[in-house]
Write a protein that binds this ligand. Structure first.
Ligand code: KDG
Length: 313
């Protein structure tokens, strides 16, 4: 296995027509979950991926399993339990902003413990991909994730996106838990607002020094339309976005970016090329409704590169 991810996926209900939910005629269901978004992207790029999670023994859980399996992600270690599958409503407002309303409390995934986690599968992988969402689901999942990283073989690289969701916990809770988690992380991928929440400033050079002092060797800071900064393998640099895309649905951009980073780690790419591809993928996906639907296949990316040699994606 190349990559294993642990995390919750839910059914996202998106109103039709787009606009305020109060005027909806109907809702379209999508699979949504930061970790499955990244795994699906990696799978489309040709990597072997596996997902560890828990779903309700219900039709929503079946819906998620069918969609994730169809993307060639191994779901053999996803358990189904007597608790329910999480759901949320996603409204893309006329001004382009996205608002989510979660119904995920006490979901099957929020009750995951180390007992239900397939450590052999994780320890047989090259990368473990995890996000701060799992740290925020419940006390149980927080404890589970700390236990998982403590039981990890040294050669499994941990890639971590804080993915701070302020509807899940307060800034203070997120800061305390994530900073405590950082010594277990090999690659940190943080957004600029997350740097602010974690360290109280946006001086990115100082932030990278600080994160390294917390014990995390490789840092990537996403700057949105301005590209990204990195400090990897002791080399610090900045990458501009290779292309600007017209944004329709920004959700999933960070997960696509993470897929670019993990793919680069698996292929042993040099940092600059890896981050450039990650920036490209993060922008590209925002042209499509749905978290991962627009994620390109390897063939599509190569065709785009061939079509525009200068972009060096
Ligand atoms: O990154 C996209 C996720 O935010 C979305 O799919 C839902 O996983 C989700 C969450 O917990 O917010």
């Amino acid at each position: 296995m190349d990559v294993v991810a642990i995390g919750e996926s839910m059914v996202a209900l998106v109103n039709k027509p787009a606009g305020y939910i109060r005027h909806a005629d109907g809702f379209k269901p999508f699979v949504a979950g930061a970790e499955t978004n990244t795994l699906i992207g990696l799978s489309r790029l040709g990597h072997k991926t596996a997902w560890i999670s828990a779903l309700g023994k219900d039709e929503l859980g079946e819906f998620i399993l069918h969609k994730v399996r169809a993307e060639q992600v191994d779901t053999a270690s996803v358990s189904t339990t007597g608790d329910r599958t999480g759901v949320f409503f996603k409204q893309i407002s006329p001004d382009g902003s996205v608002d989510v309303t979660y119904y995920r409390e006490n979901s099957a995934a929020s009750r995951m413990t180390l007992d239900g986690i397939d450590m052999d599968k994780i320890n047989g992988a090259k990368v473990l991909y995890i996000t701060g969402i799992t740290l925020s689901l419940s006390g149980q999942t927080k404890e589970m994730l700390f236990n998982v990283v403590k039981a990890l073989n040294e050669d499994v690289k941990v890639v971590f996106d804080p993915n701070i969701r302020l509807k899940m916990w307060t800034e203070a809770e997120a800061r305390k838990t994530i900073l405590e988690f950082l010594p277990h992380v090999d690659y940190l991928i943080a957004g600029k607002q997350e740097v602010d929440i974690l360290l109280g400033h946006q001086d990115f050079d100082a932030a990278m020094d600080k994160f390294k002092r917390f014990g995390c060797a490789n840092i990537i800071i996403k700057l949105g339309r301005e590209g990204a900064l990195y400090d990897m393998e002791g080399v610090r640099g900045r990458v501009e976005n290779p292309k600007q895309f017209e944004e329709i649905d920004p959700v999933g951009a960070g997960d696509a970016f993470a897929a670019g980073v993990v793919s680069g780690i698996l292929e042993d790419r040099e940092p600059e090329g890896m981050i450039r591809t990650a920036c490209f993928l993060g922008g590209y996906i925002t042209q499509f409704i749905g978290d991962y639907q627009g994620f390109p296949s390897r063939g599509t990316i190569e065709a785009m590169i061939d079509a525009d040699e200068d972009e060096k994606v």
